[in-house]
Ligand binder design. Structure first.
Ligand code: B3K
Ligand code: ZN
Length: 876
């Protein structure tokens, strides 16, 4: 079938007011659904009613007590009533499901024997026939019945209104969610789970019971998630004035889950890796991620659930906005600067390459073949950047006035991006038509900046010019309004006051955030006696690629003195990038890589001067990744040369700074009990970063220190930090440490995943053989998404040297596995294959190998729509 198009949107012909579900959980599960339907006044009168189904087995269907002939009305994919009544009517449908056989993890399935659901985007139709579209919102009442022994816990959306016995050995519970919702927010749980409980009282005094349910024996690992939830609830009241709206908020963590988590109304279901954490099992990065994902799903209660999407093209309406909200929340809980740096790192690592390759798409796409393939970094992370830019352009007050208007006007509705923007246009009294282009145009804008100093006039003129390269299907691009935060730095490192020469807006004069409303703008600064260094796009105010020819000395000055921590970090990244790109070219030409004493020294000073913010210093220490360099090089990419160039710089820095790194490392040692707070995490991060650089230049000594740290570690962060360093040094110690780690933790899949990822990312020629071996061991399972992401995902996305082996064997391995996974879980297969998104940028021989691997996939029989969509777009 053809693609779905935004332009073809029509209101639904029928509305569903109420849904009563009766679910009897068993080996074969029976679902009875009683729908109250009526014609939509905005739809076509008398139109046939076509309910969506997904591979369903219908048992009966009854319209207003009149049994329907199934052979006539139903197929596994659709239930059609040619001439439904022209008034309200009731439809009762019974289906039969086999949850244990559901490996797609969409609809109702079993994870470690727990019955659970995943309905977004189109999973509800795999439970029963329905109008499976987000603009059909109904009140759900759900009765769940199951064996008491197998499923003592029965949960669904809303509040529990009844529970009791249901015959020998069985019981039931009835849940009612008073808030009308689209079916993608439906959820149900049945299982034998442990739980922890807490309470939250909202600003207006509503008492909310909070529960987190986990597999047996894991509840001691749920407390951090509970604290994160409480912080998120408080924050949303404080910053957005949003209160929770039910008496219960439950979270359930399951071990088989395709994505991170799901915001089902009142019953969030999580991939357990984003819930479970104690010092011995989770790293600081895991804790930070848990805090942000718990908050993200909670924030959806308003941005997504109370106000949902009219159709799936509007996905960024809930996702971009909610990511922006969770990023701001994390910034408030931790360090704003460090949060911004890590968010931008993630944007550049995942979204920029997507936007620069064959899978590029608008933040709001115009068309899709498989909506599951649009839960992308573009929709999520670029979507968040657009909200951030909007706020920077209109200011804090207008942003919050616009949000208040949005909540008031669209509460209980299914909205569009136009609806959203109209609130800010009204609040800021400004036309946002050209800003709206951010949603409708793919590709990352390039911002070219040139500075000219006029000594006689004592002026400094910055010229900003933007341009967006063509993307598939979009050859001409319009300029996009963007906020550029600017500062001027004097040669002494001090900030130079910016004096306006021409009329600036109040925001420009006050905050130094300049608007680039069209393709080009020149900004003149007065009273600038000597040439300054312009610090442009501070805080990464606009999501663009900045092209500005700063000298090495300019960058060193910024590294030492920029008052904007983001650009201080950026200066180090830019300098390192420049060096490594030159080295890459040198290596390809058979010459020696470059080294810069000045850069090493500046970095050393940044690390030694960590006081105040060790987490920030740790960010300074982390050089751009091989993937970052490949992206910046852009074409004719040779991953091996990049690897060697980066290795040379790291080794050189490690040798040059030597004992200075060990001194910082020793100073950061702490005997205090583990605490996951941001300050303690920052110290651990810097400590590991110093060890990592030291070991790069001093293998034997580095391995000794790492081994000691590994043996003495009392928390997973220090243990993994040490093991990571050891894993990069090809010694017998490495294998011993890896074996020891596995034996200690093989009972815990989430820790085994760390062990998988670490080995998959070893940049050595025999890693592919190692990964192949690991796919055969008992701890690996192709049907569990976490295992696949940890081993195969890490290899394909985190080991550019081996994935891009010149022989093409890395490509073939990943492509073959994607085909194998496709038969089990198409969404996961499509995600795995997306690792090929930058294949066109490779040097000619690797490009041919990658293309052949993709063609093998596209020629394979019986591809899922998910995988077919990715491979076709990748090859197009
Ligand atoms: N809304 C879910 C995404 C589920 C997608 C499934 N294909 C997660 C989130 O963004 O919160
Ligand atoms: Zn989300």
């Amino acid at each position: 079938h053809g693609p779905t198009r935004l332009a073809d949107y029509r209101p639904t012909d029928y509305l569903i007011d109420t849904v009563e579900l009766d679910v009897r959980l068993d080996e074969t599960t029976r679902v009875v659904s009683r729908l109250r339907l009526r014609p939509n006044p905005l739809g076509r009168a008398g139109a046939p009613l076509a309910l969506d189904g997904g591979d369903l087995k219908p048992l009966r269907a009854v319209l207003d007590n009149q049994p329907l002939d199934l052979a006539e009305v139903a197929t596994p994919e659709r239930l059609t009533i040619a001439e439904p009544p022209r008034r309200a009517f009731t439809l009762e449908i019974e289906t039969e499901l086999d949850p244990a056989a559901n490996t797609r993890l969409e609809g109702l399935y079993r994870s470690n024997n727990t019955w659970c659901t995943q309905c977004e985007a189109e999973g509800f139709r795999r439970i029963t026939y329905y109008l499976d579209r987000p603009d059909v919102m109904a009140v759900f009442t759900t009765r769940i019945e199951a064996s008491k022994e197998e499923a003592p816990i029965l949960l669904s959306n809303g509040n529990r209104v009844e529970a009791g016995e249901a015959g020998p050995g069985r019981h039931y519970a009835i849940w009612r969610d008073p808030h009308p919702k689209p079916c993608y927010l439906f959820a149900l749980i049945g299982g034998d789970l442990d739980s922890i409980h807490d309470e939250f009282t909202t600003a207006s005094g509503r008492k909310v019971d909070l529960g987190i349910y986990v597999e047996k024996g894991k509840k001691h690992r749920a407390y951090y998630a509970m604290q994160s939830l409480i912080h998120a609830m408080r924050w949303d009241e404080f910053v957005y004035g949003r209160e929770y709206d039910l008496d219960v908020f439950n979270i359930v963590a399951v071990s088989d889950f395709t994505m991170g988590a799901m915001e089902n109304k009142g019953l969030n279901i999580f991939n357990d890796k984003y819930i479970l954490a104690v010092a011995e099992t989770a790293t600081d990065a895991d804790y930070a991620r848990i805090e942000s994902v718990v908050a993200h799903e909670y924030f959806h209660n308003w941005t997504g659930n109370r106000i949902t999407c009219r159709d799936w093209f509007q996905l960024c309406l809930k996702e971009g906005l909610t990511v922006y909200r969770d990023q701001e929340f994390s910034g408030d809980q931790r360090s704003r600067a460090v949060q911004r740096i890590s968010d931008v790192r993630a944007l550049r690592a995942a979204q920029f390459p997507e936007d620069a390759g064959p899978l590029a798409h608008n933040v709001r796409p115009d068309t899709y073949r498989e909506i599951n393939n649009f839960y992308t970094a573009t929709v999520y992370e670029k979507g968040a950047e657009i909200v951030r830019m909007l706020r920077a352009l209109i200011g804090h007050d207008a942003y919050h006035a616009g949000m208040a208007l949005y909540f008031e006007r669209f509460d209980g509705k299914a909205a569009t991006i136009e609806d959203f923007l109209s609130c800010f246009a009204e609040a800021a009294k400004r036309d946002l038509a050209s800003f709206a282009q951010w949603y409708a145009q793919a590709g990352t804008p390039r911002l070219h900046v040139k500075g000219v100093h006029d000594a006689k006039a004592q002026t400094y003129t910055l010229t900003l010019r933007q341009e967006t390269p063509p993307t598939p299907g979009q050859t001409t691009k319009k300029p996009l309004p963007m906020p550029i935060r600017i500062g001027l730095i004097g040669r002494d490192g001090a900030e130079i006051p910016m004096v306006q020469d021409e009329p600036w807006s109040a925001r420009e004069a006050k905050f130094g955030v300049f608007e680039l409303p069209g393709a080009e703008r020149a900004i003149v600064f007065k009273n600038v006696p000597t040439p300054p260094v312009a610090s442009v796009n501070r805080r990464f105010s606009a999501a663009v690629i900045l092209e500005m020819d700063l000298s090495e000395d300019d960058l060193l000055l910024m590294m030492a003195h920029d008052s904007d921590p983001f650009n201080k970090w950026q200066a180090a990244q830019s300098l390192a990038t420049r060096l490594m790109i030159r080295s890459t070219a040198a290596i390809r030409a058979g010459e020696m890589p470059e080294f810069s004493e000045k850069f090493a020294e500046a970095l050393g000073r940044a690390l030694e001067g960590y006081e105040g913010d060790p987490a920030f210093a740790a960010q300074m220490a982390a050089l751009p990744s091989e993937n970052d360099l490949a992206r910046d090089i852009g074409c004719d990419v040779d991953p091996e040369a990049i690897f060697l160039a980066r290795k040379a710089l790291r080794d050189g820095i490690g040798r040059r700074l030597g004992q200075r790194l060990v001194t910082v490392y020793d100073k950061l040692h702490s005997d205090a009990a583990y605490s996951p707070d941001a300050a303690s995490a920052g110290r651990r991060a810097l400590r590991s970063a110093c060890l990592d650089l030291y070991a790069a230049g001093n293998h034997a000594d580095g391995a000794d220190i790492a081994l000691t740290q590994f043996q003495r570690a009392t928390n997973m962060t220090d243990k993994m930090g040490a093991l990571t360093v050891l894993s990069r040094l090809p010694t017998p110690t490495r294998e011993k440490a890896l074996d020891f780690f596995f034996r200690a933790h093989c009972q815990e899949p989430l820790i085994t995943d760390k062990w998988f990822s670490l080995q998959a990312t070893i940049p050595e020629p025999d890693t592919l053989a190692r990964v192949k071996r690991l796919t055969k061991i008992h701890a690996f399972n192709i049907a569990t998404p976490n295992r696949v992401y940890a081993l195969i995902g890490a290899f394909a996305n985190g080991n550019p040297l081996c994935f891009n082996a010149a022989s093409g064997e890395g490509y073939r391995f990943v492509a073959d596995l994607a085909l194998e996974i496709d038969r089990v879980n198409p969404q996961v297969a499509a995600r795995v294959l997306s690792a090929f998104r930058s294949w066109r940028n490779l040097e000619v021989e690797r490009r041919a190998q990658a293309e052949q691997a993709l063609k093998n996939v596209s020629d394979a029989p019986k591809l899922s729509p998910d995988l077919r969509d990715i491979v076709q777009r990748a090859l197009a």
